[in-house]
Design a protein around this ligand. Sequence first.
Ligand code: ADP
Ligand code: MG
Length: 479
Amino acid sequence: MTDLLDGTVLSPMYETTRRPLYTETTTSQALYLPIAPPTLGSSGAIIGRELYSGKAFIYCPFSAFGDGLPGGNMIVMGDTGRGKSALTKTYTARQIRLGRQVVVLDTKEQKEREEGEWAALGRSITGKAPVKFAPGGGRGASCINPLDPAISGKRQVELLRTIVELGLGKGKGLDEFAGSALRIAIRRARRRAEALDRTPVLADVADALRSPEESDAAAKQRTREQLLADGLEASYVLDRLCGGEEDATGDLTGMLDGPTSLGVDLDADMIVFDLTKVPSGGVAMTVLVAVISVFLEEVWLRPRCECGTEPGQHDRVVVDVNSGAWELGANPGSGCGRYTQRKRILVCEEAWHILGTPDLARLLEKFLKFARGYGLSCIFIVHHLSDIDDSPETQAALKMADTIVIYSQKKAEAEGTVARLGLPAWTAEHITRLRRGIALWKVGEVIYPGVQHLLVEAESHLAFSSGSMTDFETHRDGS
Ligand SMILES: Nc1ncnc2c1ncn2[C@@H]1O[C@H](COP(=O)(O)OP(=O)(O)O)[C@@H](O)[C@H]1O
Ligand SMILES: [Mg+2]
């Protein structure tokens, strides 16, 4: 045991590598409660210590699949200041060291820095500033075009429909005629923009809805006037959302109404989307998250081997001659021996923006359902489940989280969490007593009542979320 107190094992080189724990069998029997479950294997990112067994707690949704974890999606919940973000930040940074790629939707501003709280971590890993969205655009702000050719035609139609329906307001959907007018207008806008050798934007669709062509109407057995009437309301909604040349007050102005201008390196280890300036709960936030998630799905999540090349560049190796079944093997070009899907992690900070909005939960449901096929693990950070709406879409999204991490919550919220997740009754009180940095983990069906997340010094300034409530001892002497 004295080895553990030796200063050398605490040097940075060893800080996030696993240290052996030496103990006599009798000691471990005394320490290890009969209820303590087996730990999760030895490959993956180190989280810290499982307090009941004293063992290192190692977690990796990608390597735990073989051990019965059906999917890699995770929800982290708990009161403010308990360590949710610190855990997720260090966990993703540690996963990046294992070769993963991470995307973060950051919606929480760190007031004193005037940027999202993930910006510092992103910068330290990639050297790049976050991809920032701000109403009205402005210097350094990005724009993402729902009609970008990188997004497939079918997804463009789905997105535009979502945008118009969100703009119409709660509970209002497009009827068949309006839906059809919208599809026709998107097609027409695409052709008109093509003739001008540019990419179509939302204003082109609004324009096409207002100026339908005779041939489009005739193909649907409508008159031009009828087609115009079918799509007129949708065109008004798009006009309002996008604003105009003299009107920069549209909800989506500067963020979604122009050609895509993203300074995104899709191969970067970490991409942070800074949404902190976008009003929460508004149409813009919802639409922006919807468009970003489709963009990610269509562009970022393209299959790619860990060696950086595409599946098509790998040889097909027949594994069963009778059925012709094959798998992807070596890529002679890159010297890679076997295709291994690159694993990705998507983090949503303050995810109630997403889970609490049925339209978004529905869009994300697909993401979650196929996450495993994409080699993707989604992490949602919320305070408590009462933040989250009770719609069937949200319920479905919740069910798809196979790992749930619960930091301390107040009594009523803890009871709500336990009831909603079907946890054993004793966990309700236990959750209220958890100290900062310690959480209850439910991984698949196994409960780890106390997992202490260990932060090392090199990581602590990146996980530090706010100085607003802390007095620092610096500069007292005026130096
Ligand atoms: N495991 C931990 N060990 C030590 N300090 C921690 C730990 N987890 C969090 N903290 C500290 O607590 C503060 C709040 O943590 P944070 O992760 O931002 O909370 P939350 O996201 O739950 O609101 C941070 O400044 C962080 O440095
Ligand atoms: Mg936080």
